[in-house]
Design a protein around this ligand. Structure first.
Ligand code: HEM
Length: 485
């Protein structure tokens, strides 16, 4: 892929923004209700870089004009902070009201050039590292409680097969257990138990629904909730949803974090951060960044593995896990002996990056290269990377549309990791106070590997049915769940 000679600029970035407002609205409707939004423009312009409007757009949101980047050569410019600014682009071309975050601009919205970025990012990294010996036991304890819920469902009598039949044969009761509500609880439980020393799922002090009620309006302008256009457009995409509507939900979350977060908030003091600002950032790290991310990634992992049918992936995974664990626990050494499981997690992060969109505003004029041509970008232009196509770039990945669990195994596979960008940086780079890469990068991969390994210690196999939409998430029912024989 590498191309050391500079390409010549032969044309302007193709694409049209259309008439003011109208162009933005038409592109928005096409993005949410049309098919192959990016692919058809790419094919029409013969380019993986082109101009287009991204939702939400005027009149009630800022300028929607962006330059889309769809290939592995151009996309990484978004990591080059000498060329782009990442200030106020976390959710896209608009910024949600700071009412949602206690009146503060939390870390995710700060450019790395802002002094507070380094302070808050160090604090965030301290939250992760200061709890390093607690994450794994708390995750496994939370997972055990989750299995108990699934097992209780499995034990319910079913019409045919009798009690226990479901467990032994893998057939399920009439009302089968569901994957996500339980995965959400596992996440919420281990995160709050570790960081706040208090289980937020206890007595439903906090719930996935409550957290998502606060979270959803912040991303509503770019969210496709699967509703008909006549409902979704006026409700979600035309004007910002006022914070006041979900204020009680947020206050509930903040109260819980304040009551139990003394240890976590005190970690901010050495970084010179005001405790109240630390508290609201902490809520955002745990509830938005982490909980929001994991409740997308974990179901995607289970679904991709469930749907895979080229070889008996689940048999290979469970054998690998059980061999590696032996008589010991799921520790670092055991995880190191699970290359297939690790590769499977990376492949999910490649094929379904949980955060699809990344933005950055050009700070200077520069020349941007795709694999085959070059374009002039002007300071002030908004760049937009659509990651699901970038990580399916056929120049880099063989059979890019295919979920290939073994893709990242071996030396060749390891080399491909530099092209996996889910964390807003290559998988081979590290987050720091000088970049905008996700500080949870290693943590996310680690806890996902642990959860999945632990799952195969308890269950032999599973199968998921089609998703039904519940609020902002898809809920998958198990059509098969076999406990370990
Ligand atoms: C940034 C994804 C978990 C904290 C980001 C960005 C992405 C991302 C794509 C860059 C956004 C942008 O500016 O373009 C994810 C996903 C996660 C996850 C998919 C889980 C599956 C976490 C965790 C933490 C975290 C566990 C910390 C507790 C942050 C913060 C930023 C960030 C603070 C802003 C970084 C900075 O300002 O330098 N994350 N993240 N995230 N993430 Fe994560």
């Amino acid at each position: 892929m590498s191309n050391d000679r500079n390409l010549e600029v032969k044309r302007d970035v193709p694409g049209e923004y259309g008439a003011p407002i109208l162009g933005s609205v038409l592109d928005r409707l096409d993005r949410f209700y049309g098919k192959n939004f990016f692919e058809k423009r790419r094919d029409e312009y013969g380019s993986t870089v082109f101009r287009v409007n991204m939702p939400p757009g005027p009149p009630f949101f800022p300028d929607s004009k962006v330059i889309a980047l769809l290939d592995q050569k151009s996309f990484p410019v978004l990591f080059d902070l000498t060329k782009v600014s990442k200030k106020n682009v976390f959710t896209g071309t608009y910024v949600p009201s700071t009412g949602f975050t206690g009146g503060y601009r939390v870390l995710s919205y700060l450019g790395q050039e802002e002094p507070k970025h380094a302070q808050l990012k160090s604090y965030c990294m301290d939250i992760l590292s200061s709890n390093h010996d607690r994450w794994i036991p708390e995750l496994r304890a939370a997972a055990a409680a989750g299995y108990a819920e699934w097992d209780a469902e499995l034990n319910k009598p079913k019409k045919s097969g009798g009690l226990l039949g479901g467990i032994v044969s893998g057939l399920l009761p009439d009302d089968p257990p569901e994957l996500n509500p339980v995965l959400g609880k596992i996440a919420l439980r281990f995160l709050t138990k570790t960081v706040l020393d208090k289980d937020a799922t206890d007595g439903n002090a906090l719930t996935e629904t409550g957290i998502k009620l606060w979270l959803a309006p912040q991303i509503a302008p770019v969210l496709n909730a699967g509703l008909p256009a006549v409902i979704q457009e006026p409700l979600l995409h035309t004007a910002p949803i006022p914070f006041i509507i979900v204020a009680p939900e947020y206050q509930k979350i903040v109260r819980f974090f304040k009551a139990n977060g003394e240890r976590a908030v005190s970690l901010a003091v050495p970084h010179g951060i005001d405790p109240d600002e630390a508290l609201h950032n902490l809520v955002f790290f745990i509830c938005f960044n982490t909980f929001g991310g994991l409740t997308i990634l974990w179901p995607a992992l289970f679904k991709n593995v469930s749907d895979f049918d080229e070889f008996d992936l689940q048999a290979e995974l469970r054998e690998e896990v059980r061999r590696a664990v032996g008589r010991g626990g799921v520790d670092a050494a055991a995880l190191g002996a699970m290359p297939l499981l690790q590769s499977t997690v990376y492949e999910v992060l490649r094929i379904e990056p949980p955060v699809q969109s990344q933005y950055g505003k050009a700070k200077v004029d520069f020349v941007l290269e795709t694999h085959v041509e070059a374009f002039k970008i002007k300071a002030g232009e908004m760049l937009y990377g659509y990651q699901p196509l970038v990580t399916r770039d056929p120049v880099v990945f063989e059979e890019p549309e295919k979920f290939k669990p073994r893709r990242f195994m071996g030396e060749e596979g390891q080399r491909l990791l530099e092209h996996v960008f889910w964390s807003n940086g290559p998988e081979t780079s590290s987050p720091s106070v000088d970049n905008k890469q996700c500080p949870g990068k290693n943590f996310v991969v680690l806890v996902t590997r642990i959860l999945f390994a632990d799952f195969f210690l308890h269950y032999d196999s599973f199968k998921l049915g089609d998703a039904s939409i519940s609020g902002t998430s898809s809920v998958y029912p198990f059509t098969e769940l076999k406990k370990r024989a």
